[in-house]
Design a protein around this ligand. Sequence first.
Ligand SMILES: NC(=O)c1ccc[n+]([C@@H]2O[C@H](COP(=O)([O-])OP(=O)(O)OC[C@H]3O[C@@H](n4cnc5c(N)ncnc54)[C@H](O)[C@@H]3O)[C@@H](O)[C@H]2O)c1
Length: 253
Amino acid sequence: MGRLDGKVALITGTGGGQGRVAALRFASEGARVYGCDINGAAHEETCQLVRDAGFAMSGGRGSVDLGDPEQARAWVEAGVAEFGRLDILYNNASACRFGGVAELSIEDWHFTIRNELDLMFFTTKYAWNHLAVQGGVVINISSVAAWGGSQIAGISAHAAAKGAVVSFTRQLAVEGVKHKIRAVSISPGFIATPGTTEFLKNPDIRKALLDGVLMERPGESHEVVSTALFVASDEASFITGTDIVVDGGLLAT
Ligand SMILES: NC(=O)c1ccc[n+]([C@@H]2O[C@H](COP(=O)([O-])OP(=O)(O)OC[C@H]3O[C@@H](n4cnc5c(N)ncnc54)[C@H](O)[C@@H]3O)[C@@H](O)[C@H]2O)c1
């Protein structure tokens, strides 16, 4: 018996580190998973991995840019049409650009807000009435950048977007309660993924990235995904409108 048996989950960014792990884990817990990524080839690889493991995953073919509202709408509608209902929207996809506030270009600012925040509004807006049919949950991936600045990278745009993810989620919880829709954000600390392992190979960069992390190690994708799985499941039936930090103790100091 899976913890998500009978549920349909839309997961964004399934070509990436955490999104791939999430697709595999949610499917292995009984969910029918519909994914997408702007990197269509990576998303299709994930679909194959999930199917090879004997589970259900779809998401169409090719690249989906969720920063384009029309593509976000079409992806949500196609997912609901394929599986006939929607229970879980897992907004995981994001892309950002860094730079000191004086140097960060206007274009980089807009790129970050578009690909970390706008896309989450678009998928949620178009998923909302489908979730409201029987109730469900929206899981939005934020970051510890929502809660504290960085001494090693210029994260003003990223921090603004991820902070907005937390407050956006809180409002979803307020609006969602009458539809039995819960909304929860998750704020990971530094997580080792295929995209970040290169940085971790350099001892100086590793030390700087892990500065202040009580557990003195990066998190693993499955540690964020396990939290999302709990939030998505009926075990979290009294949890809404909050943010869960998964950071090895970084924010404790
Ligand atoms: N890795 C970390 O250290 C870390 C820390 C805190 C928060 N997070 C958050 O966790 C989530 C997952 O990140 P990850 O570590 O797996 O990174 P990742 O880059 O491996 O995955 C993100 C995926 O989102 C996709 N994507 C980006 N823009 C998109 C768009 N417009 N439309 C569709 N897909 C798009 C990317 O192609 C990528 O596959 C993100 O929201 C990220 O901000 C990551």
